[in-house]
Design a protein around this ligand. Sequence first.
Ligand code: GDP
Length: 396
Amino acid sequence: HYSLLPGKFSYWIHCRINSCVYRIRNIGIMAHIDAGKTTTTERMLYYAGYTRALGDVDDGDTVTDFMAQERERGITIQSAAVSFDWKSHRINLIDTPGHVDFTLEVERALRVLDGAVAVFDASAGVEAQTLTVWRQAEKHHIPCVCFLNKMDKPAANFCIESIRKKLKANPVLLQIPVGSGKNFTGVVDLLTSRKLMWKMKSMRDDGRVFEVKALDRSDDPDLLQVVSDARTALIEQLQEAVRRVTLARKGVPVLCGSSLRNKGVQPLLDAITAYLPAPNERHHDVVRWYKDDLCALAFKVLHDKQRGPLVFLRIYSGTLKPQTALHNINRNSTERMSRLLVPFADQHVEIPSMTAGNIALTVGLKQTVTGDTIVSSKASAAAAAHRAQNDNEAGK
Ligand code: GDP
């Protein structure tokens, strides 16, 4: 019931952001080039209500281009992190560089994530690049949800075996596609046994509307059989996984759709909130060191002509506030940030403080570079121990 006046809006955002860590999801999208990472991201932002028009990557009118002005100032939604709400959850989408090699940058980006979505081109199956990033995610124990995209392509197949064999993962099927290629019309949700059918009147239709129908005897007998077998398998897997989030640890929830044709993105957003963990459900070593004192990792620095360096921080513990002394344990220096912002897709909202689990965009940290750890000066004892551990590891 707050009016969206700038001051009150910022206050409202501040309360929302800092009130419930279990509703935050810090996730990345892993994909082979061309699998549909950009299209899926854009659709997510659209369905979450952050962009008004649906853009086609091919038409060059995507959100990324809507934000041409932002890009001039050095920010794009793909460059670091974008924050949006989905059904009372805050999703922070953090860009995971798709480099094939084991660069420090990829490792750093993965440390910031609590979960990931792996987007596959269903007509190509598991491709080499995804395999590499998948292994890195496994190394960091990052739970994943798989999205088999491009189900509308004639060569698309429901590539579960490829996930099982190439990724050596245990796929937990949550959906079965209804039809394939041109006839791909929707999915059967195995948990509810309902069909989600997207009504597509025209190509520009936004797919926001979909019908939910019960499966019945008039349906294709092959589909009924596949659904029945998959449900039996799912029930067995569910019996083992008591809590929903543990499902993503025991196996990999698999969903399917076509982001270009606006099918399946809303259930994917639901799956992110249901199966991927909140920051407090993940084990991050630093939380043990700092307890309630501030500890944050700078995972990206952008240079803005007007505002100077913009540093993206993932806060692991404590509270981040502007105008307080912040200690950089890598440079052994102390500095102050001038402004603290929430990186929304369409705008950056300034707030007075931010608590653990969140992603912050800061202005005024001039000495900080990517990979630096920022702590409050209060946490000096823990910081000294942390630095010693870092030095030790670097010496190894
Ligand atoms: P990225 O490289 O992973 O970011 O992939 P893009 O999102 O840029 O998509 C690559 C190409 O695949 C573009 O030409 C898209 O229009 C196309 N594409 C993306 N999603 C789908 C889909 O669901 N179906 C089909 N047929 N094409 C898609």
